[in-house]
Design a protein around this ligand. Structure first.
Ligand SMILES: Cc1cc2nc3c(=O)[nH]c(=O)nc-3n(C[C@H](O)[C@H](O)[C@H](O)COP(=O)(O)OP(=O)(O)OC[C@H]3O[C@@H](n4cnc5c(N)ncnc54)[C@H](O)[C@@H]3O)c2cc1C
Length: 430
């Protein structure tokens, strides 16, 4: 099977931005043009701060933000029960509500900046993989009682009709959620930033972040020098938003996240075969730890994602694995061609919550959004921009989750073993 890489990249070539050349001065330098970096720049810009340089090693949306499933919904990678267990019911509810605000904010930005990103406002189903109605009962009750959120119950018969699959045992429907072409959204944000005067530089990998003493008319003041191969940015504040692609940029940060891969594929256009699999425009994921996530695309392809691994795989291997997963749910799609398959790296802190804060030496960071980061990165933009403007109450809400070490290669192996353990548990339960 011969497949191409990213459907998103193939359908959204995007604008191009010049590499950083020579020296630039700015109040803020943000490193990484994924959703976290873009959202931080957007929030600064919307609050009147345009003296910002955004450096991207490759191109806008190169990382997880331009490769993901496109699900836009509330919540964090840390599930809601665990969130409330960690910080208590009141604070947990407040933090969850912030992610619903982020979903609203993404909708607003799509409209306000005219971003054409195939936003499909058809909601999202959480489908029950297990023949056990308590899974949905408990989740629905928890969402309602503790978070004030109404997820509609869909009976097994009704859901079998909507999803055209006998595999599930009913679902919960999150009406407020939607899905979109994430790379087009990232490119739309970059365009809005560029139009407002924020400087975006692609092919500009930050290679060093160094403290420096600057002199201004008021005397010496502290700041930073961010170096790239072709130039440098001298700035008052620096924000690192490099997600799972941070590599060795800043050990104090890189050592606190695990880069974990997950996979996505897109079928050929299915035309009249699509309604054989889905009668709704909603996106679907399921109740397993190792869940599938999929959605119809506007050109009648089915985009299918799943699996978590520390291994990178070829597009052909990804396509083979996900195709088998798809047939477990939709045997009627046997024989359809897979046109695209790719993988992306998520960044996980050990606690699975976003890591938003400032190192003791003054470097700001926003990372650790895991596999549930579209909403939380938008929220992170608000939190970080407020902090950069001196308002710390928002960022303090995330102080409970610091930068515990990722444990190096042993940490990665432990993550893979944990995933296999949960996969096995899912399998035994079904
Ligand atoms: C396949 C996949 C599917 C997913 N599906 C969903 C989903 O459906 N819904 C959801 O909510 N979440 C999903 N997620 C998670 C979500 O995409 C991420 O949490 C989120 O996009 C993280 O954004 P980020 O800005 O932190 O990181 P990224 O998007 O990875 O951005 C980091 C950027 O930093 C750049 N960079 C790295 N080092 C440097 C350097 N030295 N100098 C300059 N730039 C640098 C990288 O090139 C990259 O562009 C998925 C993730 C993956 C991988």
């Amino acid at each position: 099977m011969k497949v191409a890489e990213s459907y998103y990249r193939a359908t959204a070539p995007g604008d191009s931005y010049p590499a950083l050349a020579g020296r630039q001065e700015a109040r803020v330098c943000i490193i990484g043009a994924g959703f976290a970096g873009l959202a931080s720049a957007m929030s600064l810009m919307e609050h009147g701060e345009r003296d910002v340089v955004l450096l991207e090693a490759e191109c806008v949306g190169h990382g997880a933000s331009g490769r993901n499933g496109g699900f836009v919904f509330g919540g964090y990678s840390l599930d809601e029960q665990a969130l409330l267990a960690t910080v208590g019911a009141e604070q947990g509810r407040r933090l969850y509500q912030l992610t619903l605000g982020a979903v609203k904010q993404i909708r607003r930005r799509i409209v306000e900046y005219g971003i054409e990103c195939e936003a499909t406002h058809g909601g999202i189903y959480l489908a029950n993989w297990f023949d056990d109605p308590r899974v949905l009962d408990e989740r629905q009750r928890f969402m309602h009682d503790y978070l004030g959120v109404e997820w509609q119950r869909i009976s097994p018969a009704d859901f079998a009709e909507r999803a055209r699959s006998e595999r599930y045992f009913g679902a919960l429907y999150e009406e407020n959620a939607f899905h979109f072409h994430p790379l087009k959204y990232a490119q739309g944000l970059a365009r809005a930033l560029g139009a407002a005067g924020v400087k975006v530089h692609e092919a500009s990998r930050a290679s060093a972040i160094e403290p420096l003493q600057r002199t201004s008319s008021g005397g010496a003041r502290s700041g930073w020098r961010v170096a790239t191969a072709g130039g440098e940015v001298v700035c008052d504040e620096v924000v690192v938003c490099c997600g799972g692609y941070i590599d060795r940029l800043y050990p104090a940060l890189a050592g606190a996240i695990l880069p974990i891969a997950t996979y996505v594929m897109a079928t050929e256009p299915l035309d009249e075969r699509l309604p054989q699999a889905l009668t709704s425009q909603a996106a679907i994921y399921d109740t397993r730890f190792a869940f599938d996530y999929y959605r119809p695309l506007q050109d009648t392809r089915l985009l299918w994602g799943g699996r978590i691994s520390i291994r990178s795989r070829s597009p052909e291997d990804v396509a083979r694995l996900l195709y088998e997963d798809m047939l477990k749910v939709y045997p009627q799609l046997a024989g359809v061609k897979v046109d695209y398959a790719w993988s992306g790296l998520m960044s996980y802190g050990r606690h699975k919550m976003p890591q938003l804060g400032k190192l003791p030496n003054g470097v700001w960071y926003g990372m650790g959004f895991g596999g549930h980061g579209v909403g939380p990165t938008s929220l992170a933009g608000d939190v970080l921009s407020a902090a950069l403007m001196g308002e710390l109450s928002k960022i303090d809400q995330f102080a409970a989750w610091g930068l515990p070490t990722n444990g190096g290669p042993a940490g990665l192996l432990a993550a893979q073993l944990t995933y296999w353990y949960y996969e096995l548990r899912d399998w035994m339960r079904q």
